[in-house]
Design a binder for this molecule. Structure first.
Ligand SMILES: [Zn+2]
Length: 243
């Protein structure tokens, strides 16, 4: 009598099957974000704003937490509201992913709250010619301090934008990295327009925290980053008139 096929399968083949299934599951999980991004980038999006400003976190998501329950989400919103005032005065159409203490997960239907929030911000970025996401950093080591400018790896335009932002930010804040930092794993940087992610300082460092708590410093940062945006547009216009 012939044996059923599963008894014929050797143990080695069974393991190969298990490993294959596992790899497929891992790939499917990793694939979720890129797939959503390709879909969003394939959709035609109407350009409604010159610049989209994104105050990191908000609502249920406090972002980094400093001593005495000081939240990243409050600093990021304050700096972005200042930037909106400065840039609107300069004549730009300024969009904000949020202008109150909330997240933007309601803009996307499926997935976890975190994923919906991130893709919601991403979707809004695609409505602008340029984007900037503002954050404060947190580290286990309280000695880590200063600002970081992240830009999309291998993008010529984004690199120029990042360098302009770095040069302006350096006037008002110490830098953590002494140069702009290329990344290819930050979702927001993959949006259609050039987008930078700016860490203005470490909420976990006492010196940076004291600066962040100072309204004058937040205004200086807002001024510096707004100047960077205006300078980038001026550079872009120069490029276009030359070609
Ligand atoms: Zn953050």
């Amino acid at each position: 009598m012939p044996r059923p096929f599963f008894l014929v399968l050797s143990r080695r083949w069974l393991w190969a099957g298990v490993i294959l299934m596992g790899s497929l599951i891992v790939l499917a999980l990793y694939g979720t974000f890129p797939l959503a991004i390709y879909t969003l980038n394939a959709l035609p999006s109407e350009i409604l704003y010159d610049v989209m400003l994104d105050p990191g976190h908000g609502g249920i998501d406090p972002g980094g937490i400093g001593r005495d329950e000081i939240y990243e989400k409050e600093f990021t919103l304050d700096i972005v509201l200042r930037m909106r005032r400065i840039l609107e005065t300069a004549g730009l159409r300024v969009g904000l992913t949020r202008d109150t203490d909330r997240d933007v997960s309601h803009l996307v239907k499926n997935g976890t709250r975190h994923r919906r929030d991130l893709l919601g911000r991403y979707k809004l970025m695609n409505q602008a010619r340029l984007g900037m996401s503002i954050h404060t950093n947190a580290a286990r080591s309280s000695s880590e301090r200063g600002a970081i400018v992240f830009f999309m790896k291998n993008s010529y335009i984004d690199r120029i934008y990042a360098q302009i932002a770095f040069d302006e930010l350096e006037r008002v804040q110490e830098m953590n990295h002494q140069e702009i930092v290329p990344r290819d794993n930050l979702v927001l940087l993959k949006a259609k327009p050039p987008v930078l992610l700016i860490e203005v300082g470490f909420i976990t460092n006492e010196q940076d925290l004291q600066k962040l708590l100072d309204e004058g410093f937040r205004e200086n940062v807002a001024q510096a980053l707004s100047t960077a945006i205006l300078k980038f547009f001026a550079w872009q216009e120069g490029e276009q008139s030359e070609s």
